[in-house]
Design a protein around this ligand. Structure first.
Ligand SMILES: *[C@@H]1O[C@H](CO)[C@@H](O)[C@H](O)[C@H]1NC(C)=O
Ligand SMILES: *[C@@H]1O[C@H](CO)[C@@H](O)[C@H](O)[C@H]1NC(C)=O
Length: 246
């Protein structure tokens, strides 16, 4: 499985929470409903401010998971709109996904999750003629109990055979490559889950192409693909990157 080298290299990485106190909150094992609501609305505000809502996510999107993503080769983290040098995001990130609910439902625990990366600003935010560009689809993610706590996470750092064998890349990681003189692009990670709790997520259709996610229509992407595959968005995070030549 292609994932193993990237995942095991994260074992050398420091913990996510060490770098940014904001995310440390998710390490807590007992989020109160107040904290959960506050975190969820902070994530949503950041997404709205950057027009990720409505460009990629619907107005009624409600974050119920937090996505902690890190690029192991550079130790760079994705923090709701930070700027990362293009050279720092050339190989795929690792991630840890936390339920914002202290007590995930049996449905949440049993579901198969899918993580995608999309660029709604291809070839530029002013002229998104190739948008959205599909950069990555990884599926087969299962929530599992975190060691020594009652938190449930999707932990890409696991080396457990059982877990890593269920992961699969439907679309391989295509490193962000914003062309010269096209300004900042938004690179958006979205966590998706089947709308139907009986759906095991095995029937996902691979997009026919990366530009427009194969829909041949400007702006088409995550929403269309999620709808066609019976998925809904439950988490998101993003960063900005641009070409050095502007
Ligand atoms: C990019 O990666 C380099 C090398 O690891 C690191 O020194 C630098 O701080 C990173 N840049 C940013 C903006 O994170
Ligand atoms: C758990 O998910 C599987 C599909 O992955 C489904 O067939 C089963 O009905 C689900 N069980 C519960 C209790 O939801």
């Amino acid at each position: 499985m292609h994932f193993l080298p990237a995942f095991s290299s994260l074992l050398l990485c420091t913990t996510f929470s060490a770098a940014a106190p904001f995310w440390g909150i998710f390490e807590q094992t007992s989020l109160t409903p107040y904290l959960t609501a506050t975190i969820s609305s902070s994530i949503k505000s950041a997404l709205k401010k950057a027009d990720v809502i409505p460009d990629v996510l619907a107005h009624d999107f409600k974050p119920t998971f937090s996505l902690l993503l890190s690029y192991p080769s550079t130790h760079d983290h994705v923090f709701l709109g930070n700027v990362l040098p293009r050279s720092n995001v050339s190989s795929k990130p690792v991630f840890e996904i936390h339920s914002l609910s202290p007590h995930p439902t049996p449905t949440q625990k049993n579901a198969t999750y899918t993580l995608v990366l999309t660029d709604p600003d291809a070839t530029s935010r002013a002229e998104p003629v190739k948008a959205q560009m599909c950069h990555w689809i990884v599926t087969g993610l299962k929530l599992q109990p975190k060691d020594n706590s009652n938190a449930y996470i999707l932990d890409a750092r696991t080396t457990s055979e059982e877990h890593s064998s269920t992961l699969s890349e439907l679309i391989s990681y295509f490193a962000p490559a914003p062309p010269p003189k096209t300004g900042y692009h938004r690179y958006i990670f979205v966590l998706l889950v089947p709308k139907d709790s009986q759906d095991d997520g095995k029937g996902l259709q691979k997009p026919a192409d990366r530009p427009h996610w194969g829909y041949g229509e400007e702006g088409a992407g995550v929403k269309e693909w999620a709808d066609d595959n019976g998925l809904k968005a439950v988490g998101a995070n993003f960063f900005y990157a641009q070409n050095e030549k502007q």
